[in-house]
Structure formats: C-alpha cells, structure tokens
Design a protein around this ligand. Structure first.
Ligand code: SAH
Length: 244
C-alpha cells in the first residue's frame, strides 16, 4: 500500500534536495517520486545525496504540471508552512494527515505535494490539492528544508501504516463511498463553472464566487457516487437553459 503513496516535488531548484528526498522516501518504504519541472534532473548532486536510494531517482517521473502529476489521485495533500486564504481542509498535525492518507491509499494513488525552496506552492497549485498539512514548528523559524519536510511527513505515513499493519485492521470503505479522482473532480468543477456563466449567475467578473463554491465542494469531499448525482443535477439544469 505504501506503493500508492506518491511524493510530488514542484519546481525544485537544488538537485541535492531531490536526492535527499529520494533517500528520505526509501528509508520510509516509499518509492513513487514525481518531479514537476525540476531545474536540473538527472543531476550528479541528486545522485550523491540519494546515497543508496538511486533506484528511487531512476524510476522518478518528470512532468510539466502539477495537474498531470496528481490527476489520478483520490487525495492530494499540499505541504505548506503557511496558512493560505483558500479554505481547504487543513491537517494541523502530520499524524492526522498520515492516518487519512493511509485509509485512502487502499483504493487509488494519493499524493503529498511539496513546493519550491524559495516560494513554496502557488495558490493555483494549492487549488489542485484536496487538503493541506503543516508541520508545527518554531513560530519564529518554522520553515524546514524541503527534504527534511518530506522526511517528517514520510515518517508519519510509515508510522500510521505500521500501526495499521500491526493491528491487523484494514479499513474497508463502503463501495459507494470511494472518493473521486482529481480528474473526475475537475470535470465537475468545470461543469459547475460553465453553468454559472451560462445561467447568468455570475454577474461580477472579479468576484470570488466561483472560487468559494469550488472550495465548498472540495471541503465537502463528495464520494464518486455523490459527485455523479451532482453532475446529473447540473445537466438537468443545463437542459433548461434558454438556447441563445
Ligand atoms: N518560502 C517558502 C518555503 C518553502 S520550503 C514558503 O514560504 O512557502 C519548501 C517546501 O517544504 C514547502 O513548500 C513545503 O512543501 C515544505 N515545508 C517546509 N516547511 C514546512 C512546514 N513547517 N510544514 C509543512 N511543509 C513545510
């Protein structure tokens, strides 16, 4: 099950951080590494810091957008030292995040997403996430090195996985409660946005209405079945729009 837990690094500047991340992952049994537009990869410095984890580097995939990295995932957790304005569900403690991730990873891939060394994740990238997590730290100096943040969250995930394996308990979600993939959720959000435009509901172009509604649905975490109900509802409304 650890094999369905993906680590995604967005636009990493120092290749050494990619190597150190591979090592951090391997020590915790993780192997799925995806790099979004790294500045330099493959790279000798990455190999050097990966030490015995070059296999994780060799199988890492490089993609050109965060969307592409997480589209098939049912849960996408963005790691961020700062709270942003988007009201996504937020894990204040890494162990709560780890338990949730371990439950979801039974069914489909889940991703932990880490930002750039200098500027973290953009708001658009956070919008690709279903959840956020922060590692509580010194309020006066709470930003960790990228690979060390990976190490801490990977440790928590491994710990939650071990506890679950030791207890012999496997979480069985009812079949109709499977969460949608990001791609399915994205289709719903597009459909909603289209209908809000076409129906004349959005009257002020710069209002944050669309974003707020999208955040509401992200927070509600509908299952696949509920999402398809909602899409059916949108289609029914759509059919009653006057044709222009
Ligand atoms: N200046 C950036 C910090 C980037 S540190 C910012 O303010 O966002 C690089 C990455 O490491 C971050 O994007 C985040 O994914 C992770 N990280 C660092 N410290 C963290 C913390 N305390 N909690 C969660 N993630 C953290």
């Amino acid at each position: 099950m650890l094999s369905t837990i993906r680590i995604v690094l967005v636009q990493t500047f120092h290749p050494g951080n990619i190597g150190a991340t591979a090592r951090a992952m391997k020590t915790m049994g993780l192997s799925d590494l995806v790099l979004v537009n790294p500045r330099s990869f493959p790279d000798e410095e990455a190999e050097r810091l990966a030490a015995g984890a070059t296999d994780v580097l060799n199988t890492a995939r490089v993609v050109t957008s965060l969307d592409e990295a997480v589209n098939d995932c049912v849960q996408v957790v963005g790691a961020s030292a700062r709270l942003r304005s988007l009201p996504l569900p937020h894990f204040d403690e890494p162990d709560d995040m780890a338990q949730s991730v371990i439950r979801n990873a039974h069914e489909a891939p889940v991703a932990l997403v880490f930002g750039r060394e200098r500027s973290g994740l953009t708001n658009d990238e956070i919008r690709c996430c279903t959840h956020q997590v922060s590692i509580p730290a010194n309020p006066e100096y709470g930003i960790l090195n990228l690979s060390q943040a990976v190490q801490i969250l990977a440790y928590e995930v491994h710990r939650a996985w071990r506890k679950q394996a030791e207890s012999g308990f496997t979480y069985q979600r009812p079949l109709d409660a499977t969460p949608p993939s990001r791609e399915q959720f994205g289709h719903f959000q597009d459909h909603l946005a289209r209908l809000m435009q076409q129906s004349g509901f959005l009257t002020q172009p710069h209002a944050r209405t669309e974003e707020q509604l999208q955040a509401l649905f992200a927070r509600a975490q509908p299952s696949r079945k509920e999402l398809s109900l909602l899409r059916g509802l949108l289609s029914a409304f759509e059919a009653h729009l006057p044709t222009k």
